[in-house]
Design a protein around this ligand. Sequence first.
Ligand code: NAP
Length: 520
Amino acid sequence: MSFQVTTESVNVPLIGERRRVDPCTIVIFGASGDLTARKLIPALYHLFESGQLPTPFRVVGFARREKSHDSWREELRAALEQLSRTKSVDAAVWQRFAGNLFYCSGDFNDSAAYGRLKLLLEGFGDESLKQNLLLYLATGPSQFAVVAENVFQVGLLHKWEDGADHWQRLVVEKPFGRDLQSARLLNNDLTRHIRERQVLRIDHYLGKETVQNILMFRFSNAIFERLWQRETIDNVQITVSEKLGVGSRGGYYEEAGALRDMLQNHLLQVLSLVAMEPPVSLEAEAIRNEKVKLLQSIRPLRPEDVARQVVRGQYFAGAIGGEPRIGYRQEIKVRPDSNVETYVAVNLFVDNWRWSGVPFYLRTGKSLPLSASEVRIEFRPTPHVLFAAREEASMMPNVLTLRVQPNEGISLAFNGKVPGTNSALRQVQMQFNYTSEFGAYTPEAYERLLLEAMAGNATLFIRRDEVESAWKIADAIREGWGAKPLTNREFYSAGSWGPVAAEDLLARSGHAWHDPQPSV
Ligand SMILES: NC(=O)c1ccc[n+]([C@@H]2O[C@H](COP(=O)([O-])OP(=O)(O)OC[C@H]3O[C@@H](n4cnc5c(N)ncnc54)[C@H](OP(=O)(O)O)[C@@H]3O)[C@@H](O)[C@H]2O)c1
């Protein structure tokens, strides 16, 4: 099978620069799975619809189940209608898009299957489609090494040389290991035959517009950047709350817990963007260097610090919005005496000149009152000399809130005088809302990430040393917990904002959590 095609790269605006996306083939390993149907194909469809994919391009799905090209296409179309962000599929666009989708069935352990994959790619004719390959491992980490080895052995993956005409990149999904040791082994396996820069580790949080905006906001607004330091900032809170419980993912969650599932990756990624030093350029390596430096500046936690600076929790039965919720220990595939944390809060310190002494409070949990992600930066108060004696002048701190979701935007809280003859003050808000400013179009994180991966821009992907630095922090916490069972103060009712112990964590320093508010 061969195709006569005209080739056309597309120029796409990426972080920091415009880059070319060359004609290529995206090979998805694990193509009959949930991630492919839920995220990858919808993202590729929307990119195609908006003219952001190169001409030509192909998508090849590889998985164990037997399917024809047509039956895979039909399944994907049905999934797209349900799961895409627009919930609709344009028949003509789909027709043109689906003609680029192909399926190859085989077991990851069967080297002959990779031979069939290679034949399929050769049938595409065009050199770019045969050799520019985005090899997407949409499968569990235990399969990464065997797939990477087999694609290398069959000649579909080559070590990238400067100036090479074609490229191959491996995209991998979290979890990147379950501790530092396993992450190192995994990273060794992934880079056995290729360069680190060919490995793109996805943390989908980095694909979100508002997470990317943290960098842009910080480094393009002089008024804030000047204030971004210990003399003006009192404390920083990062909250990623989830309304859902573990649902059908109990088996996975029993092995992961909130620390591995969320804190080690999403929260530490957001923290590094909020607190890193300005990079020397917007090039991927410059940004990633600063993120690693930040993670390495976090004060190491000794086991005795963990007792003081970290709180874990687990939800018991409760209710959210009037709906009853079962407890974690009653969830499917969860041990009835499980000690796995569904909530974690930590007080970290960044030991560098900018942040010395400023507490960073991070928390994440399941079965909380609402799903939200936000960063709250609380500024130090002005000297109270002017208002101290006046009861009516209740001063609140200035607060800058970066809302990642929902209701994406930024707000600034400050004190304003209540109209009238006295000197009463009230906290008022200045709001920037993404949707009202830029319209409703916000691409899915995976659209951005796939496009950047095709263009070879690694800014939004996590480098090996970032992953390993983050695991050091998570491992120290786990070591501090040891095998100790959860105590009463660590349980929380589903629908509450977490365990009592988490309130104490901040109260000791005179602070309190500020919970995200439902969007209006
Ligand atoms: N689902 C999500 O929304 C999501 C979000 C973030 C990260 N992730 C991560 O993405 C990865 C994939 O998740 P998923 O939910 O898509 O998993 P999944 O639904 O279990 O799919 C796994 C895929 O791998 C294939 N597979 C497994 N063993 C195989 C073998 N020996 N040979 C050939 N194919 C094999 C399966 O093919 P058959 O079914 O044909 O056997 C299936 O296509 C995981 O690491 C997950 O943690 C998923």
